[in-house]
Design a protein around this ligand. Structure first.
Ligand SMILES: [Zn+2]
Length: 369
């Protein structure tokens, strides 16, 4: 039985761009299709439908909105627990690793009866929005698909034109007074909050998450690589660089769950997947960024930056990278489900080393003379 419920609210979602979505032509060929790398939006939708058909348990799919070009934004829900958690992937369309990992996680919860799957299903309700930015993904580009001549005044960056970065538009749930309190002079009160969110994709997530009030939000990205801390051994790369909300004005007690999640990801990635997990120490503090915003809204919040994007690593090493993200996801899901997360010492985040120096990938290196 198909259980997808569609919430068609074009133009009806507060704060979304009211330009009207352009029609996605079936004849057009997108970079994502031409390269043959990573999943297209349709493949993600097909995979969600496939998991739903095969699921042994209730597995719900809900279209929570549409991208600027009209592609469905579909949240998958599984589990019967009272604690809600939310995972999103590929806010940046050139950062697809988390999408594949999240689909495999959903499949494990839906079609297996492993102790991990059972613990998660019994104690949590897991909400996953894979491929947050499908228009960008089809272009293998960071931003969404707003037209080049679209212009808006942004209180964080000044006048902006063209495609928007979905990960910089998560502040639309705050009032101007709250933004000033949280971000001080980084928020330009004279500009104020734009009438419309330049990322309808992000607005759809915001509407869903603020209504849900999850315990935490996990935001899966990738960083252009590579990075390493061991110059003598350049293959010893940083696989994953993570972070918690760095905004100085959010509640410290609230921040601790995010830090505990980071410690859990650090331990599990290092111990189980042999990953070098580091701190994404260069992250900003302002609440237009998802990682800070969801902390400020009162939820736990983590950023996971796996290393390598469509333009540098491509799909090389993807099996290893997906395995590592899945172990890090497992750390926060399983430990939230069995409540061991709350025993963790948030101050152990001090053990996590900063991300190392940039270096070329091995395949980018010139042959020595
Ligand atoms: Zn990103």
């Amino acid at each position: 039985m198909k259980r997808r419920t569609t919430l068609k609210t074009i133009g009806g979602i507060a704060g979304t761009v009211a330009l009207g979505p352009s029609v996605v032509s079936a004849d057009e060929s997108w970079p994502r299709e031409e390269t043959g790398l990573f999943l297209t939006h349709q493949q993600v939708q097909d995979e969600l439908d496939s998991i739903q058909r095969r699921s042994r348990v209730e597995f719900e799919l809900e279209d929570i909105g549409e991208s600027y070009e009209g592609r469905e934004l579909t949240v998958a829900r599984i589990g019967e627990g009272d604690t809600d958690v939310f995972i999103t992937t590929e806010q940046h369309g050139d950062e697809p690793t988390g999408t594949l990992a999240a689909l495999r996680d959903l499949e494990e919860f839906a079609v297996t009866n492993s102790p991990y799957a059972r613990t998660v299903r019994e104690n949590l309700t897991v909400h996953v929005l894979p491929m947050h930015n499908p228009d960008g993904a089809m272009r293998n580009q960071r931003e969404n698909a707003l037209p080049e001549d679209y212009t808006w005044e942004d209180p964080y960056f000044g006048e902006q034109t063209g495609p928007a970065d979905p990960n910089r538009q998560h502040y639309f749930g705050f009032t101007e007074d709250e933004l000033q309190e949280l971000d001080g002079d980084d928020f330009d009160a004279d500009v104020g909050i734009p009438d419309e969110n330049p990322s309808p994709e992000t607005q759809a997530m915001l509407d869903y998450v603020l209504d849900l009030e999850p315990l935490w939000v996990a935001d899966l990205h990738t960083q252009s690589g590579m990075y390493h801390n061991d110059k003598e051994n350049p293959g010893h790369l940083d696989h994953s660089s993570n972070a918690w909300p760095f905004n100085p004005n959010i509640d410290e007690e609230g921040r601790n769950i995010s830090k505990r999640m980071n410690v859990a990801m650090y331990d599990r990635g290092s111990d189980v997947a042999n990953a070098n997990v580091t701190l994404y120490h260069i992250g900003g503090t302002t609440v237009n960024i998802a990682r800070n915003a969801y902390g400020a809204y009162g939820f736990g919040s983590v950023l996971n930056e796996m290393t390598g994007q469509t333009g540098d690593r491509g799909e090389r090493r993807e099996g290893q990278m997906v395995r590592i993200v899945r172990e890090e996801n497992r750390a926060i899901l399983e430990e939230t489900a069995d409540e061991s997360l709350f025993e963790r010492d948030p101050d152990r985040t001090e053990e996590i080393p900063d991300r190392g120096e940039w270096a070329e990938w091995p395949w980018q290196r010139e042959q020595p003379e």
